[in-house]
Design a protein around this ligand. Structure first.
Ligand code: 1HN
Length: 349
């Protein structure tokens, strides 16, 4: 006979004893965790946060005195979300770090299934090489290292060079799909002259028999800031979107999809004094202020940002951006993943 039909609800103690008895058999009751597993709206432990560039730069230069790029393999300070400490991530799915390479240093060639982007912040004279082609790193340049492409960096100039690294490390870890290997040589042989990929794939033209599918990364591995700047300047005379200002997404010109399948990247212009209306979306975003200054109101948190500052806006938190002087913002997120899985949502107020 079923006791529940004539007794009161079994005591909590009896339930807990049951949970303990099934625990050694690797079983656990859904009803204790159901609402946390399937929240009414996205709930992430990630918090809105800002890293001030002058302080980041000081710490990075200090790291430059403590360890060489060769010994570190990559000399990077990870930007860890304050709500996700110890997890080497800035959002639930993405990683961010600031990398320093000093004059004369080399960061040795390797490849991995994690996709990477770089946004050049400070200094000149460094290059990055992707699958046999080098590109000189200039401030504001957006450079990609698609999954499983060999890449190395070097600084042949006379000043420190610093850039933001964005990778899909947590996503790849979650999927259990991480592989890496070192190249035979520290520095890749140069197989093609600088500018080759941009010339072949990046001028609104493609090799006549070239075809890609939507999940293929672009062969254009550098999006020079001069081009981004020209695009943003070219539309600045129009009417800004009330929620986004002037916001463009970087694309694979052969498909119209994001440059890499797991990470979307964006450049955004806000006129001086412009305030966006409240907006939220399910992709958490990492922003870097390339020009100007302003404030990001993220729920109850106000983040005041200046040149080169980096801030993170978690999933589904209402965002309002306010430009002081005219602002240019770079950002990246996992939006393409959410879109291809049919998960992405946005809300405009
Ligand atoms: C990596 O390969 C780079 O190539 C930077 O510069 C950061 C973080 C984790 C794993 C690989 C780079 C990285 C990384």
């Amino acid at each position: 006979m079923n006791r529940m039909t004539h007794d009161a609800v079994p005591a909590q103690a009896e339930r807990r004893a049951f949970y303990q008895r099934i625990d050694p058999h690797h079983l656990t009751p859904l009803w204790e965790v159901l609402s946390a597993l399937v929240p009414k709206t996205p709930s992430t432990r990630a918090q809105a946060a800002l890293w001030s560039y002058p302080q980041l730069r000081d710490y990075l230069m200090e790291a430059g005195r403590l360890i060489s790029a060769a010994e570190a393999e990559r000399r990077v300070l990870i930007l860890e979300n304050p709500g996700l400490r110890g997890q080497s991530r800035i959002t639930q799915s993405l990683y961010a770090g600031l990398q320093l390479i000093l004059p004369g240093e080399v960061a040795p060639a390797h490849r991995h299934t994690q996709s990477a982007l770089r946004l050049v912040v400070d200094g000149q004279g460094a290059y990055t090489a992707v699958d046999g082609e080098r590109t000189t790193m200039r401030r504001g340049d957006f450079i990609i290292t698609p999954a499983w492409t060999f890449h190395d960096h070097g600084n042949e100039g006379d000043e420190p060079v610093i850039w933001l690294d964005g990778l899909d490390i947590p996503l790849v870890e979650f999927l259990g799909a991480g592989f890496q290997e070192k190249a035979g040589a520290e520095v890749q042989n140069v197989a093609r002259p600088e500018g080759d990929a941009l010339a072949r794939y990046g001028h609104n033209m493609l090799p006549v028999d070239f075809a890609q599918t939507a999940s293929d990364p672009t062969r254009v591995f550098v999006y020079p800031y001069t081009q981004t700047r020209a695009a943003l300047d070219g539309i600045a005379g129009g009417t800004p979107d009330p929620h986004l200002g002037f916001k463009l997404r970087y694309v694979n010109p052969a498909t119209g999809a994001s440059p890499m399948p797991t990470i979307g990247a964006y450049a955004q212009q806000l006129p001086a004094g412009f305030e966006t209306r409240s907006y939220r979306c399910t992709d958490s975003s990492i922003y870097l202020c390339l020009e100007g200054e302003g404030a990001a109101q993220v729920g109850d948190t106000t983040l005041n940002f200046g040149l080169n500052d980096i801030f993170v806006v978690p999933s589904w938190q209402p965002l309002q951006l306010q430009a002081g002087r005219a602002c240019t913002l770079f950002s990246y997120s996992d939006r393409p993943v959410q879109q291809v899985l049919g998960l992405w949502r946005e809300q405009r107020e």
